[in-house]
Design a protein around this ligand. Structure first.
Ligand code: HEC
Length: 149
């Protein structure tokens, strides 16, 4: 006769408790995994901060891009009226074939995707830019670009 058959409940209960704890941990892990997906699902929906976007543009984009009343295309195309612009469509700028043929129309969503990862969004683009992964920063940049109608 084994100890197990004498005290079946004693032996079963710690297992059950462990199983319950395991299930709890799984749920917790699932919750943790799902939580950051919520803001990620709608990157461009969050209203950005125009001032923060201005600072970011100056630091990360202005070396190649101009905006504002005096803006002209230089190393990169000027970015006034970027929303609803067909990608690669300014007549005064010599785009890559990849950009001209991308079929993209710039809006909050396509711009957010492009800024986050130019090379993956338009493979072959000549915009040599690593990308900005932070959604908050991208939203700020877009808010700033929205002011150049
Ligand atoms: C190192 C220079 C460089 C930097 C920095 C840079 N870009 Fe560009 N960008 C380019 C070039 C060059 C192109 C043209 C790409 C092509 O034709 O493939 C371009 C194209 C674009 C376009 C497409 C415009 C159009 O007319 O279709 C957008 C939008 C854009 N850049 C946004 C940005 C933003 C926003 C930033 C800052 C976060 C940025 N770029 C940083 C060089 C740069």
């Amino acid at each position: 006769m084994t100890a197990r058959s004498v005290f079946p409940t004693v032996y079963r209960s710690p297992l059950t408790r462990a199983a319950r704890r395991w299930r709890g941990a799984t749920m917790l892990a699932l919750l943790c995994a799902l939580t950051p997906l919520t803001p990620r699902a709608a990157p461009a929906m969050a209203a950005g901060d125009v001032e923060a976007g201005k600072t970011l543009f100056a630091a990360r984009c202005a070396s190649c891009h101009a905006v504002g009343p005096m803006a002209t295309s230089g190393f990169g195309p000027q970015l006034n009226h970027i929303f609803n612009r067909r990608a690669g469509s300014l007549p005064d700028y010599d785009y890559s074939t990849a950009m001209k043929q991308s079929g993209i129309v710039w809006d909050d969503k396509t711009l957010a995707t492009f800024i986050a990862s130019p090379g993956n969004t338009v493979p072959g683009t000549k915009m040599r830019f690593w990308g900005i992964g932070n959604e908050r920063k991208v939203a700020d940049l877009l808010a700033y670009l929205h002011t150049f109608k």
